[in-house]
Write a protein of this length. Structure first.
Length: 768
């Protein structure tokens, strides 16, 4: 017995001496709750409210996920809804949907540093504002840092240079307004660097060219100037995005593995280097809106992987060789608005079905009202050369005379600079107003817009996404039991829809449609591959396709099968119908669905190159998964159907096509909002209903008559008023008066925030 007591005593002593993992977990949980408080209780973290379990076991969502290892948080991803609005800034004012003025980014980062095991940190669209604290370097284990779409300004903290484990640094869509750091080469493992859409100035730092691990450099939409150094030392670089800066050098050497180079809207000069014609991996090259001269290298057009080539709006001149060859994957070429002469090579002929070619605004010897006379191009070039000669002569005289003037001014300048430097430093550290882009999506030129179904240079996040799977007809027959009626889901304007089960057990939705106008197979594949690269939490993903043209004559076209992910819980329209009262959604649920769809459409308009419009927005094209998460289907169908070609045949300008369809999406989304308010509108009577009944929304009595009773019993009047107002704007007959999708999304998120506050107050009152 004594031996038993001794054994128990030893075991108890050993157990009591073990480190307390529960205490560590409690400590980490407290940090997470403090972070939620710092972020002012965002809706994406509502699940944390009154949660007393293990945060590591929380189920992930599109807006929040936590991963743990050894009772420590290793990954924290939070996506908020505080999106940037170009009308938010007024002088020094803080936007309404940033965090409040009491928010301290320094305190927030200090709290974050109490999660020392963090390897992945994504804090996106949370309204974080202020200069980023140097204390961020305390997260020494961090491998991926994403603080995009916030309101952070000032400089990138120098101590980030000590975070040597970083392989991804994403600070895009903020207001950093200092120079690009010259210490970035200290991050020896960095592969992705994205600082686009800020206010960074100064020269492109040469230290970046020593970072041989980089695969993506994205610095577009900043204020960088000066020369661009040779980039050929960056042996791993795949994507270089420097659009819309002020870089004014000649084009440098590029690395052999480069896949995408977006250099448009700068001031690059000189000729396009012959080395560009040897970039065997290059797929997308955009050099438009620069000052490039000379004749483009013929080898550019025949690169084995080139699919998108934009040389528009430069000073390119000369004639192409008679036998110019075009690569088999080349789907879009824009050489418009240059000074090119001679014959248009046959592989660039507009009659080719293989590719889209823009060549207006040159001096080609073809019968076209959109070409200048040959003399125009010759005179323009001669004038440019003469102007250059005169400038050289004048420059000599000016320099001689200026020497004396400069000596006299030197002492005055020195004293003035001391005062000016201090003033300039103050001005550039101000939280400056953002300059809005006139274009709906940052790619306003009709040249890029016309490439809507060719360019595969989608958002950087889709780079590296696998090409969609190509199915055989036999595989689809097997998946659908030879398209048996038991697998039939329905039929609409976009063809028949079947449910299928793949060999791996996954369920899919298979849509069958016929393309009335027979495109080439290559053309169809390019369009379908583009659609497959559109990845968003609120889009039904295109997993693959099958093109069946066997045994059909030229007039009947191609039969296409689109294999989409299967969304199990039906469409949004059925949840608005009185026929299914058990499914009817309360107001906050409808807002969540509408916000999801608005985010998806906003992504289609602005998140890809080029924007994807005319997206067949209807309530029965909004599908809900088992968690009632909304997913938009049938988007981008005009890319692969006859409809887009019919619009072009009308002779409408490309810019107007984009504009019309963008605003058409807004208008159609207005009807989705309307149905969300009043229930499904009888087919064909939507506009009549709108004209006759919309005025009733102006009073509470009128709303009681037409608004769904479920909404009236579950909404706050302020939240309802916000949605009614944006619905009226979306469905306004005047196209120019309709809001952008960014405005629509912001209003819906604001309505949801107001509703959440009202619900919380109601719960508090009922508890009391």
């Amino acid at each position: 017995m004594r031996l038993l007591y001794l054994l128990i005593s030893v075991i108890l002593s050993w157990v009591l001496c073990l480190p307390s993992t529960h205490e560590l977990q409690t400590s980490q949980s407290q940090v997470l709750l403090q972070l939620r408080k710092h972020l002012e209780y965002p809706s994406s973290l509502e699940i944390w409210e009154n949660y007393y379990g293990d945060f590591c076991n929380l189920s992930s969502s599109a807006h929040m996920s936590i991963s743990c290892q050894d009772n420590s948080v290793t990954e924290l991803k939070i996506m908020g809804d505080k999106l940037f609005n170009v009308n938010d800034f007024n002088g020094f004012a803080i936007p309404n949907h940033t965090l409040s003025e009491s928010f301290s980014i320094d305190s927030f980062v200090t709290t974050l540093s109490r999660l020392p095991s963090l390897r992945v940190l994504n804090l996106v669209s949370l309204g974080i504002w202020g200069p980023l604290s140097d204390k961020i370097h305390r997260l020494s284990s961090l491998e991926s840092l994403d603080l995009s779409s916030n309101f952070i300004f000032g400089s990138v903290p120098p101590k980030i240079s000590t975070m040597v484990k970083l392989h991804t640094l994403t600070l895009e869509d903020n207001y950093f307004n200092d120079t690009v750091p010259d210490w970035l080469d200290s991050l020896s493992n960095l592969t992705i660097l994205s600082l686009k859409n800020n206010r960074l100035k100064g020269r492109f730092p040469s230290s970046i060219c020593r970072m041989k691990t980089l695969t993506v450099i994205a610095l577009s939409n900043n204020e960088l100037s000066g020369n661009l150094p040779d980039m050929d030392t960056l042996i791993s670089l795949h994507v270089l995005d420097l659009r819309e800066n002020h870089i004014g050098s000649e084009l440098p050497m590029m690395p052999q593995g480069l896949v995408t180079a977006l250099l448009s809207k700068n001031s690059f000069s000189g000729e396009i280097p012959a080395q560009f014609g040897h970039l065997g991996q290059l797929q997308h090259l955009d050099l438009s809106f620069n000052c490039l001269s000379g004749t483009p290298p013929s080898a550019l057009f025949s690169l084995p992987n080139i699919s998108y080539l934009n040389l528009a709006s430069n000073m390119l001149s000369g004639a192409f060789p008679d036998q110019l060859n075009c690569g088999g994957k080349l789907g879009f070429v824009d050489i418009s608005n240059n000074k090119l002469t001679g014959d248009l090579p046959s592989c660039l002929s507009s009659t080719s079905n293989e590719r889209v070619v823009e060549f207006n605004g040159n001096c080609f010897s073809i019968d076209s009202q959109h070409q200048h006379q040959a003399s125009y191009c010759k005179e323009a070039l001669a004038s440019s050369k003469q102007s250059g000669g005169r400038e050289t002569v004048m420059l000599v005289g000016v320099i001689s005379g200026a020497v004396l003037v400069l000596v006299l001014l030197a002492f005055a300048v020195l004293s003035f600079r001391r005062r000016y430097r201090s003033r300039r430093t103050f001005e550039h550290n101000i939280f400056a107003k953002a300059v809005p882009d006139d274009s709906p999506n940052g790619f306003c030129s009709e040249l890029i817009a016309n490439a809507r179904f060719i360019s595969q240079a989608a958002k950087l996040e889709t780079h590296g996404a696998p090409v969609s799977r190509i199915f055989s007809l036999e595989q689809l027959k097997e998946a659908t039991n030879n398209f048996d009626l038991s697998m039939f889901l329905g039929e609409g304007s976009m063809g028949k829809l079947f449910k299928g089960k793949l060999e791996n057990g996954a369920y899919v939705a298979i849509r069958s449609l016929t393309i009335l106008k027979k495109y080439s197979i290559q053309n169809l594949k390019v369009r379908l591959d583009f659609l497959s690269k559109l990845h968003h939490p609120h889009l039904v993903g295109l997993l693959g396709y099958c093109i069946d043209s066997g045994g059909q004559d030229d007039s009947s076209g191609n039969r296409i099968f689109l294999i989409n992910e299967y969304v199990s819980s039906g469409n949004y329209r059925t949840y608005l119908s009185e026929n299914c009262p058990e499914k009817v959604l309360k107001w906050s649920d409808r807002l969540a669905i509408l916000i999801g769809v608005a985010k998806a459409v906003h992504f289609l308009h602005t998140g890809v190159i080029p924007g994807c419009f005319n997206n067949r927005l209807k309530t029965n094209n909004i599908l809900l998964d088992e968690h009632r998460i909304a997913k938009l289907s049938d988007y981008g169908m005009s890319i692969i159907t006859e409809e887009s070609e019919k619009l072009e045949a009308k002779g409408e300008g490309t810019k107007s096509w984009n504009r019309t369809n963008m605003e058409g999406d807004v208008y159609n989304f207005g009807f989705i909002l309307l149905e969300s308010l009043v229930g499904p509108i009888v087919s064909g009577k939507g506009e009549t209903f709108l004209l006759n009944e919309m005025a009733s929304f102006g009073s509470q009595d009128g709303r009681r008559k037409i608004v769904d009773p479920i909404i009236l019993t579950t909404c706050s009047q302020e939240s309802l008023s916000i949605v009614v107002s944006i619905t009226k704007k979306c469905t306004c007959p005047e196209v120019s008066a309709r809001p952008s999708f960014e405005d629509v999304l912001w209003n819906l998120q604001y309505a949801a925030q107001v509703q959440a506050t009202a619900d919380a107050d109601q719960r508090s009152d009922s508890t009391s």
